[in-house]
Design a binder for this molecule. Structure first.
Ligand code: UT7
Length: 322
């Protein structure tokens, strides 16, 4: 019997959240907002905020160890680590090298990818291409963020929306037919002033704070996500009816609902964690994936579609046989 072509298949998942979990009501004690407004406009109820000693790298390492455990692998099996993040521990070295050292996977390739909320999709695409090309065998692909550290806590239009966390997957070469069937990425730099950080090493010499024109981002998100979902499904030769689970970026419950409606998909097929995690940027897709794998909704053989859109703008989607 002929083997299927080499694909990159997900062998394990893991996630990590800071200990400190904050409700909307707790936030409303410090910020001019209400639980009602946040739930109605976004679906968010809680977010986790990193405390002392919790960083993008430490959360990423914790999520990676969980993912390795669920894949029945050890750090020594890993020859590629990619961390998607917009909130690295330091400007350099890459957070991936810090993670590599913490988990004891030294020697393979390790680097970061910066595509903000779409970062995990971008990192996934790079890792799966490297695996198919034969330049990596077992990769850790991680989305990890501590957005609480770049939020303007005086700006109620942004600070209520984000949270901290990490999600990781082990991605391995596989010839059983499982794995990534199609991945599509896009960017449009013309809109980079709608969602950005007002600082950086080469401009202000500061870290800066997140700024967003929410309403405009919302509008672009629904259009771009609908288009890329259709494009990716077509490329994978999969119809929307064949999808078992959609694992979307968790920015806003209303964006998820509007996108799913345009695809004529049932809301029952959507993994939503935005209520518990808020928007964790690059961590949101792998965090949601890990939740749904661990609670038994996503099973081996299922057809899943991942999607995300964020600052840049950047956006993308991937159809995967789990
Ligand atoms: O992950 C990257 C992608 N990011 C996103 O996808 C975010 C996309 N955008 C959104 O999710 C939504 O646009 C928001 C949740 C950010 C905002 O929802 P909206 O329905 O677009 O509200 P809005 O910005 O139009 O503001 C409506 C009102 C304003 O008051 P006025 O001018 O109507 O009197 C705001 O000042 O809500 C007010 N407001 C708030 N009120 C209470 C804004 N933030 C808050 C707040 N609490 N936290």
């Amino acid at each position: 019997m002929r083997d299927s072509p080499i694909r990159a298949a997900i062998k394990g998942t893991g996630s990590a959240l800071p200990k400190n979990r904050i409700s909307n009501a707790q936030l409303a004690e410090q910020v001019d907002t209400t639980d009602e407004w946040i739930v109605e406009r976004t679906g968010i109820k809680f977010r986790h905020i990193a405390g002392d000693g919790e960083t993008t790298a430490s959360l990423a390492a914790q999520a990676s160890l969980e993912a390795l455990k669920s894949a029945n692998m050890t750090a020594g099996d890993i020859d590629l680590i990619i961390v998607a993040t917009a909130t690295p521990d330091q400007t350099f070295p890459a957070t991936a090298t810090i993670v590599q050292n913490i988990i004891g996977a030294n020697g393979g390739a390790a680097f970061d990818v910066a595509a903000v909320c779409s970062g995990f999709l971008y990192a996934f695409s790079v890792a799966e291409s490297m695996i198919r090309a034969g330049s990596a065998t077992n990769a850790l692909v991680i989305g990890s963020e501590t957005f609480s550290r770049i939020l303007d806590w005086e700006d109620r239009t942004t600070c209520v929306l984000f949270g901290d966390g990490a999600g990781a997957i082990v991605l391995s070469a596989d010839s059983s037919g499982k794995g990534a069937l199609a991945t599509k990425l896009h960017a449009d730099g013309a809109h980079n002033q709608l969602l950005y950080v007002d600082g950086g090493p080469s401009t202000t010499g500061t870290v800066g704070k997140l700024r967003m024109k929410g309403r405009e981002v919302f509008r672009h998100a629904v259009v771009n996500l609908t288009n890329v979902l259709n494009e990716t499904l077509e490329s994978a030769n999969v119809s929307p009816q064949d999808i078992d689970w959609v694992v979307p970026h968790q920015a806003n419950s209303r964006i998820i609902d509007a996108t799913v409606k345009k695809l004529k998909l049932s809301r029952d097929k959507v993994i939503k964690t935005v209520d518990q995690h808020a928007n964790t940027s690059a961590a949101s897709v792998p965090l949601a994936l890990d939740v749904a794998v661990r609670d038994g909704r996503i099973k081996e053989g299922d057809i899943i579609i991942l999607e995300a859109m964020g600052g840049g703008f950047t956006w993308g989607a991937s159809v995967i046989q789990y």
